[in-house]
Design a protein around this ligand. Sequence first.
Ligand code: ATP
Length: 576
Amino acid sequence: MRRMGGSRGLSANPSDYKLLEEIGYGASATVYRAIYLPFNDVVAIKCLDLDRCNSNLDDIRREAQTMSLIDHPNVIRAYCSFVVDRNLWVVMPFMSEGSCLHLMKIAYPDGLEEPAIGSILKEALKALDYLHRQGHIHRDVKAGNILLDNNGTVKLADFGVSACMFDAGDRQRSRNTFVGTPCWMAPEVLQPGSGYNSKADIWSFGITALELAHGHAPFSKYPPMKVLLMTIQNAPPGLDYDRDKKFSKSFKEMVAMCLVKDQTKRPTAEKLLKHSFFKHAKPPELSLKKLFSDLPPLWNRVKALQLKDAAQLALKKMPSAEQEALSQSEYQRGVSAWNFDLDDLKAQASLVCDDDDIHECKDDDESMKSSLGHKATAYCEPSLGKLSLNREVSQAECRGPGSIELLQIDCLNGKGKNLECDIVEAGCQEILGLKKNGSIIDVMGSTSEKDVVLTRANTVKPRETQTGPLTPGVVLSRSSERFENESLLANERVRQVRKAPSFSGPLMLPNRASGNSLSAPIKPSGGFRDCLDEKSKASLVQIKGRFSVTSENLDLVKVQFHADLCRLHLSESLLA
Ligand SMILES: Nc1ncnc2c1ncn2[C@@H]1O[C@H](COP(=O)(O)OP(=O)(O)OP(=O)(O)O)[C@@H](O)[C@H]1O
């Protein structure tokens, strides 16, 4: 056991803590509610599995140190941190309402009202202002990293990928590293070698504003590679469309100021705080408390979300581990290609149907809703040649009420060209048992319902169109009782899905579903990294929800990309 970082009277003795329920999970960590026994205080403990972590110990130590030095009411700080067996425990304040992302997923799938958004964003912006003044770039600003408590306190969390602007040498080079979560990443962050600064956080902040307004980030239904391309090539997203009429002019203007592609034209956090949108924002204790007044306890919400994730994974035909491997592989192809062949990626982007982009730019949900019950418009271009891979199901996104499930079948040859595409449409809500117009997700109402859901999910076949009426799901209740009753049985099922067995070879990954991101899944790459040589490992890091490729050693990335592709071919032939 080793202690890292400072403490405010809390001991670094693990036996002083009693771990209670799981309240969150990310790429490499599980977060628990816990009791600090000597004071009988409730705290949160982030348990980072050092074996599962892609970061090296220095990065982890840095996150813990950064967290322990933080002193701002809107930034989560670490009370203390210490190593227990192969885990790093980071002890921090318990934020009883969890992340904004979880809150939206469970109760506000179409986003929050403007007053609440204004309050949340203002507090998060104060946090960014503080961090930037301290020389930090957060690099992972998103709703999943904005935590709330029942008093309406808002805190920015997760310094896992933060960087220091004052670093020199190797650390300075880390700012040429491609880090973040694709949907939230600024265009300049996607350009290896160009370098970026705290303005990257302002872009992510603007994306987060859209996320809070719509319930999901722009482009979140697309695979990561396409997100990267769209971020670079499309006009910046904004609050410009029909569905956004309800929002004020000043909100729209504030978002537009953040989402300027030229980073030099974006305001600093300090300047943005002076914008009229924030001047008129209500104190959070007035506008936020009512958001969670009827919700069950955080841990039951998290369980419900885990069940939903599990059902989504079960929905797909392939064993989840295999599917994750393919998803990982797709992601990697895209990013590797981005790094070494910009023209090729641009060519790919030009092949994407205009329709598709229009759907995204106009209004994901509206277009999805309107296509409910109809065969979705073809997503990709016609075949360009002989099919070399028959990869299926690269993305399955389930949105809010009234949405459909798109299972995108997308095949690539070695050059990254799309060869064959198809779309399978499935009634997402039918499969997940979601109430059509409800807000809270009560995914599994009873054991038998769970069985029905999973059985249904397993019988969905890619390449078949799922038509017919959507059956309204289980009635969603704001009572916590049902969550309580379900939790034990459900937990086991979730864990089984999480620990899906490996399918074939080194691409098999631990499964954490989509816990902290609404974007297309980006999976942990521990298993995959294991098969790389040490140099390749150094140049490429991917974890769920985040992505990192250094700008150096791109050749290694390229070599690794081809190796990945070969493995994928091999898997395909084994499958055939
Ligand atoms: N102090 C806290 N109180 C309550 N919930 C928390 C706290 N810290 C984290 N969580 C929950 O746990 C989730 C995961 O935490 P965190 O983002 O720190 O993990 P991570 O592994 O770094 O995630 P990722 O890499 O996916 O962003 C958060 O999204 C949030 O829902």
